[in-house]
Design a protein around this ligand. Structure first.
Ligand SMILES: C[S@@+](CC[C@H](N)C(=O)[O-])C[C@H]1O[C@@H](n2cnc3c(N)ncnc32)[C@H](O)[C@@H]1O
Length: 254
């Protein structure tokens, strides 16, 4: 694994993110994005269910049978999926990586340092939420750009990501990196609404069958492909929600 450049409050920076990059990144906005993600990830307490459960249900049948694995979540946000994996595979080395320091700070405080978090959701009618943290010794978080992963070639047994691919400036570069670091026996599991940021990506990868062509060109074999997965993200106390129609796929190296 490549060394990190510097460490900020326990978060190693593998990409030396500049002040300008941080200002331009909406995922660094605490109230708008980190609180929204934290509400989602502590949703069982709020709504009695985890809205991203369809992601986990889709993925779990493809999880490794071995107990000791290298597991990587890219674009982990506040870390709930990778924490679920770290708990399920306590002998595995798990990394949650993201490009947002604010997301990683929250993830690290909650799942590594075991701090109780407090989230103000009064503007959604949901009040002040507090939740006790956990200390997962096999889980680490780092600031990384998905398009340049610090991991060695053929090093990861399982790579997962949700709601990431369409957020990338260059989805192809991100997928190429995932291919590089995936072990020949490993699996990559992706769940994405394909709500691309740029017109050029809509032209290239819509309908999703276009993306399957790219995956095959990159050297992946498709093990599962599901185009009608739905995730509903609750918005407030009155029951409004955003409905995301998602593509889910599982691939391995050919
Ligand atoms: C829509 S959020 C999804 C968070 C989480 N995966 C989930 O499903 O709840 C997208 C996440 O991807 C991260 N992200 C965006 N571009 C990235 C990049 N180039 N490299 C790594 N992470 C990135 C953002 O910082 C953010 O945390």
């Amino acid at each position: 694994m490549q060394p990190y450049t510097y460490n900020r409050n326990g978060i190693p920076f593998f990409h030396a993110k500049t002040e300008l990059e941080s200002q331009q990144d909406i995922y660094e906005r605490y109230q708008e994005m980190v609180v929204r993600q934290s509400a989602l990830h502590t949703a069982d307490q709020l709504w009695g269910r985890y809205p991203f459960q369809p992601v986990l249900d889709f993925a779990k049948k493809h999880y490794p049978k071995e107990t000791e694995n290298n597991i990587l979540e890219i674009g982990c946000g506040v870390g709930r999926w990778i924490a679920t994996l770290a708990k399920q595979y306590p002998k595995s080395t798990c990394w949650g990586i993201d490009y947002s320091y604010q997301m990683l700070k929250r993830a690290n405080e909650f799942y590594v340092e075991g701090q109780e978090i407090s989230i103000d959701l009064n503007d959604k009618g949901l009040g002040q939420l507090t939740q006790k943290g956990e200390k997962l010794s096999n889980l680490k978080f780092g600031l990384v750009k998905a398009e340049k992963l610090p991991f060695d070639k053929n090093s990861q047994d399982l790579i997962v990501n949700s709601f990431l691919i369409d957020r990338l400036d260059n989805p192809k570069e991100g997928l190429e990196e995932m291919y590089r670091v995936l072990k020949p026996s490993g699996k990559l599991i992706v769940m994405t609404p394909l709500n691309f940021k740029q017109a050029v990506h809509w032209e290239k990868y819509h309908p999703p069958s276009q993306l399957s062509i790219l995956l095959k060109e990159l050297g992946f074999e498709i093990l599962e492909w599901e185009e009608d997965l739905v995730v509903e993200e609750p918005l407030d106390f009155s029951g409004n929600f955003i409905r995301w129609g998602c593509l889910g796929f599982v691939v391995k190296k050919k």
